[in-house]
Write a protein that binds this ligand. Sequence first.
Ligand code: DAH
Length: 336
Amino acid sequence: MAGENIRESFLRELAPVKTIVELEQLRVRYLGRKGVLTSELKRLGALPPDERRAAGALLNEAKVFIESELASCRQELKELELREKFASEAIDVTLPGKYIPPGKTHPITRVMKEATDIFTAMGFSVEEGPEVELDYYNFEALNIPKEHPARDMQDTFYVSPDIVLRTHTSPVQVRVMQRKKPPVRFIAPGKVYRCDTDVSHTPMFHQIEGFMVAEDVSFSHLKAVLESFLHRIFSPDVPVRFRPSYFPFTEPSAEVDIGCIFCKGTGCRTCKGTGWIEILGAGMVHPNVLRMVGYDERRYSGFAFGIGMERVAMLKYSIDDIRLFYENDLRFLGQF
Ligand code: DAH
């Protein structure tokens, strides 16, 4: 094939080439070791010397031409492939994003944390105890022997005759005193269980126990701690009153009321017309309780209190049915 024809057939084959791979195959077909042009060049030797020069010059021109065509075509294809790659990988930053709803803290978790922060700021440490508890810690060591009428105050879930689901956080008092010498000052937040359900009771609920025993601890310390706590968790101007009451593990005992948040003390349905809402139980630790753990009840005295945290959350957030906390309705939970 003469130089002219080689160029023409090369251009014909080049026209449909669309990829770098095809282009490379074409190059091999013309310039490779067994390529069209290479074999023509090899054949030059067989020509008579006077024809060889001219034919050689033509073939060389064809070779230069093919090489430059291949190079410029390769460049074009490279750019094209790059443009296609960019187009296929393009991200439309103006598309609307996917909405991922943020999680919210459960209202009970919130009030537990808030209350814990208030007490730790006053110097109380945080203690824990088991939810499946021995009858001994839940009752006996708290001055509630078997057959004591006070056991009827709490609807206990019995696991066995000696094991209960703790009905209050008070057993943590005993566990901590067995472990530590006085002075002790702690709170024990946690879950408690009672066999009861209605608008103001769930079988599981949360309490925070407070406890302080040292030399010369008096009822006025208890009053100061609780007033300060209630003013911080509700509002600085909420009225607080202490009412005489009875608990087997404290003497004297009190129940603490706050002025009704809803009617500001004028009387409404929530406070049953009294203007007051009961919020916690408290008292001075009974000498029997101290004696049973080996604390010297003549040298040490202290106070204890227990707060139902669902009650606190209901008053803080104006919730009228305690069961709402545990139905996991997102329309309710999303409001906090
Ligand atoms: N444990 C009591 C209850 O659940 C609450 C309570 C009352 C705790 C008086 C105390 C206290 O520490 O002194 O009903």
